[in-house]
Ligand binder design. Structure first.
Ligand SMILES: [Zn+2]
Length: 79
């Protein structure tokens, strides 16, 4: 085994494990916390500092993960 092949093999294993881990996460838990309200479902207004329902997640605190959104789009597009 050449050093280049060994380096590529050493890089491929973590990348594939991270990729399959994310795919598994998208399958088991398709919804993640909303990045705007951090899962609290409420945001603070910019000027008055009053809290109000988060409009990005429709007051649920959850958003569909990017990987799951891509999977759903591919399922709709492919027959
Ligand atoms: Zn939110």
């Amino acid at each position: 085994m050449t050093p280049t092949a060994a380096l590529l093999a050493a890089l491929a294993l973590p990348l594939t494990s991270v990729t399959f881990g994310y795919i598994l996460l998208c399958w088991v838990r398709p919804f993640g916390p909303c990045p705007h309200c951090h899962g609290t479902a409420r945001t603070e207004s910019r000027f008055t500092r009053r809290t109000r329902p988060c409009r990005h997640c429709d007051h649920t605190g959850l958003r569909l993960r990017v990987g799951r959104r891509a999977y759903n789009t591919l399922r709709r597009l492919l027959p």
